[in-house]
Design a binder for this molecule. Structure first.
Ligand code: AMP
Length: 467
């Protein structure tokens, strides 16, 4: 363990009294200090409390539940080797990718512990999974649909579950898994410990949580560096039919070595990735119509730099945990503000800064403005690209803001500085784990703002007086 770092932090993994094999595994993983969610959650879970955790990925939440779960399961006498093990901890996740990552975490943190773990998810044949379950496992990580099938076919018995973890419950709800989850929970013993994690707490999630948790300890953790603070965010105004050209221009003109591109439809993902490949850009697509093997390969290639650009839908990208993403591109403006925050959070991990760009068609203006209100900052407009200005339908003052050398200016869409300031002040972002802690983004120094005089062009901020 890094003693220098340990001294700087008030906390250490030693303070939890985790079993020695777990501490050894943590040491080998290279973590020196626990993250805030780990500091809060680990002691509560070790005590046996139910936990309601409002936290995003990237906060260290997997270890926050995996470490104490392994600890609790190893505290009891282990069954003899020839005896079939019962599932004692069940982790439900919305996507196969997240399930695979959680299972990998149990493998890492539990490598010196005598526990067996298994992973089951849909989209692949069940035979191998059934075979893994046969000798019995202590920890089962699963997506709800496949687990329900296996349960109905009596390949798994959930009657001995002591700890249930629901990970990313809000996504589970979004993806329509609530009925499956409820059915699965009915099969579990009522006397159990339940750990419930969700990035957001919409009313349906609060209802679900209160129906399955008993006297839970509540934990709210914002990422250490609130995402929007750590990401430089730009908007590129562009016509729909020029987006592909713009993407190629963007990729070729930047040092964008690991780029995650978000699109709204599965077939867009294939089409965009296909076009990039045709232009000799190493790209691949990931979405829920791809087989598990294809998705795993795309992800592995992306991680290994064999693919530089991964084009993804929101659902497929959920749970992707790849470090070193240099740029996030919102090829399509996301359907809601929280999705925007989740998307851009894929860059700027592990204390690094990141860059996120959003391609905005004229019809996306309202959605973009809603995002700006939500994150309480105004995105910078990048005008230095061949598709700018995009259309005659743009507001007159924006059309006058012509392309310039490295011109980046604050986009006010017909609002004066005063109006923007007032709007930012009055805006109340929706209450969410993400939104609550976000501070207004630092304004760039004045001198760095667009200086149009050289080109004899007007600045958008100077063309406020309309009508
Ligand atoms: P999660 O929020 O569980 O998706 O974790 C995000 C990333 O943080 C993963 O890559 C973990 O390996 C890493 N991580 C978890 N806990 C720690 C820690 N205490 N110190 C450093 N990295 C950590």
């Amino acid at each position: 363990m890094d003693h220098e770092q340990e001294e700087e932090s008030e906390h250490s993994f030693y303070e939890f009294d985790l079993a020695e094999p777990i501490v050894k595994a943590i040491r080998e993983t290279g973590y020196s200090v626990p993250t805030p969610i780990q500091v809060q959650a680990i002691p509560l879970i070790m005590e046996g409390r139910d936990v309601l955790g409002c936290a995003q990925t990237g906060t260290g939440k997997t270890a926050a539940f995996a470490l104490p779960v392994i600890h609790r399961l190893t505290q009891c006498r282990q069954p003899p080797k020839n005896q079939i093990r019962k599932v004692r901890a069940l982790v439900l996740t919305p996507t196969r990718e997240l399930a695979a990552q959680v299972d990998e975490s149990f493998r890492t943190y539990g490598k010196h512990s005598p526990l067996r773990h298994a992973l089951v998810f849909g989209g692949v044949g069940a035979t191998r999974q059934i075979k893994t379950l046969k000798p019995g496992v202590d920890i089962l990580v699963a997506t709800p649909g496949r687990l329900l099938d296996l349960l109905k076919q009596e390949h798994v018995d959930l009657g001995y579950v002591e700890i249930l973890v629901l990970d990313e419950a809000d996504r589970m709800l979004d993806m329509g898994f609530l009925p499956d989850v409820t059915e699965l929970i009915r099969e579990l013993p009522t006397a159990r410990q339940t750990l419930f994690f969700s990035a957001t707490m919409p009313p349906d999630i609060v209802d679900l949580a209160s129906s399955i948790l008993q006297d839970p300890a509540e934990i709210h953790v914002a990422p250490e560096h609130p995402t929007v603070e750590a990401v430089d965010q730009y908007v590129y105004h562009v016509e729909k039919h020029n987006k592909l050209q713009l993407l190629m221009h963007f990729l070729m003109s930047r040092q964008a070595s690991r780029v995650l591109v978000f699109v709204k439809m599965k077939h867009h993902a294939d089409r965009v990735a296909g076009q990039l490949v045709r232009h000799d850009i190493k790209a691949d697509a990931i979405h829920s119509d791809k087989t598990q093997l294809m998705r795993e390969k795309a992800l592995a290639d992306f991680k290994a730099n064999r693919v530089n650009v991964l084009v993804a839908t929101d659902i497929a990208a959920r749970g992707i945990d790849v470090d070193g993403i240099t740029h996030v591109v919102n090829y399509d403006v996301p359907r809601d503000c929280e999705t925007y925050v989740h998307r851009i959070g894929r860059t700027a991990r592990a204390g690094n800064r990141g860059i996120a760009v959003t391609f905005c068609e004229p019809e996306d203006e309202d959605a973009l403005r809603a995002i700006e209100r939500f994150i309480r900052c105004v995105l910078l407009v990048e005008t230095d690209h061949p598709e700018y200005p995009p259309a005659p339908t743009r507001a007159p003052e924006l059309q006058r803001e012509a392309p310039s050398d490295r011109a980046k200016t604050r986009h006010r869409r017909g609002r004066s500085k005063k109006e923007v300031a007032k709007e930012n002040k009055e805006t109340t972002a929706p209450r969410s784990a993400v939104g609550q802690d976000i501070k207004p983004r630092r304004q760039p120094p004045r001198e760095k703002q667009f200086r149009p005089e050289k080109q004899g062009k007007k600045r958008s901020g100077q063309t406020r007086k309309r009508g």
